[in-house]
Design a protein around this ligand. Structure first.
Ligand code: BDR
Ligand code: CA
Length: 315
């Protein structure tokens, strides 16, 4: 069983990723850090709290993450993609207000599961960077990191070269990549291929398989309508964050290369993920190599997504 501490900013694909993680029989979510990103942190928190309540998993610690990037800039949100509240047309009941635990709980969880904890980061990396600033000695006890971010030699999704999570706080992304060990990066190269179609959604919502089923179709349709504006002709919508969680348990899902990775911080290249793909490249002795996912086994992804999203919570 993979112990997961999830950093997120729900957000539609984050919400689907939370559902996926809570339904997955091999993923044990031992904490969730909610941060700003797709929506303000308060809204992200209420969305997490709503999903935990639907699942009857209010026992999972919900920890308050960052409300803005390390630079102190004003954050730009994306209601046109994720909806005004972050769940497309769905608004969590007003009675649900996420009660946040102090950030120190992150370190308590790392100590509790030392050597076996996987941190999965599917949002802006500010909160995770803060963990390295506040408690680097604890971070050495994390088993590994799976990070959704970056775009390698493919177009970005917020600028010509930058992916949203790295762009949202490039200082934090660079800080984490300079300090974390055993890092797997799941970039746009593979996540833009992880398309779920309306047909798949029809299939996974044909019966009420679990408490999330009624939410899936409306939030997916909102997200897919937004994506077709961004990528004309796209038949479905990319599950960036689901794919990142799926990679934790499925070794055959994507193919990786090992490379050192940095993130550009300034000007037109802000948020760009950089490595060396020249044919004769060899690592320098000082290079810290990251596993970078470059190719997706699409059939495997869809099959796994359908299987997990149609589980009942008791499977
Ligand atoms: C990433 O940015 C966010 O908007 C999504 O939730 C995902 O984590 C994709 O670039
Ligand atoms: Ca996200």
């Amino acid at each position: 069983m993979n112990k997961i501490l999830l950093f997120c900013d729900p957000g539609i694909d984050d919400s689907l990723a939370i559902m996926y993680a809570l339904l997955h029989p091999d993923l044990d979510v031992v904490g969730i850090v909610s941060s700003y990103g797709n929506v303000p942190q308060e809204q992200a928190t209420n969305n997490v709290a709503y999903l935990l309540k639907l699942a009857g998993r209010e026992d999972i610690p919900l920890i308050g993450g960052a409300k803005g990037p390390l630079s102190g800039e004003i954050t730009v949100y994306y209601p046109e993609i994720h909806g005004p509240e972050g769940l497309g047309p769905i608004r969590p009941p007003e009675t649900i207000v996420g009660e946040l635990l102090n950030y120190n709980r992150v370190f308590e969880i790392i100590e509790q599961y030392k050597g076996e904890l996987t941190i999965v980061e599917i949002g802006r990396m500010t909160s995770l960077a803060i963990a390295f600033i506040l408690g680097e000695e604890h971070m050495k006890k994390v088993k590994d990191y799976f990070i959704m971010g970056g775009a390698f030699l493919v177009p970005g999704n917020v600028t010509p070269v930058a992916e949203a999570n790295f762009y949202g706080d490039p200082i934090a992304a660079n800080l984490v990549l300079s300090k974390a060990t055993n890092v797997t990066i799941i970039p746009l190269n593979v996540t833009t291929e992880a398309i779920v179609t309306s047909e798949v959604v029809d299939y996974i919502t044909q019966f009420q398989f679990n408490p999330f089923t009624p939410l899936i179709e409306p939030i997916f349709e909102f997200y897919a309508d937004a994506y077709v504006e961004l990528v004309p002709g796209l038949n479905g919508a990319p599950m960036h964050d689901v794919l990142t969680l799926s990679a934790v348990t499925n070794r055959d899902l994507v193919q990786y290369v090992m490379r050192p990775v940095t993130v550009q911080i300034l000007a037109e290249t802000r948020g760009q993920s950089v490595t060396d793909f020249r044919p004769g490249w060899e690592p320098e002795p000082t290079d810290v190599l990251r596993r970078v996912a470059l190719e997706l086994n699409y059939q495997f992804f869809v099959h796994d997504f359908v299987e997990v999203m149609t589980k009942s919570l008791r499977d």
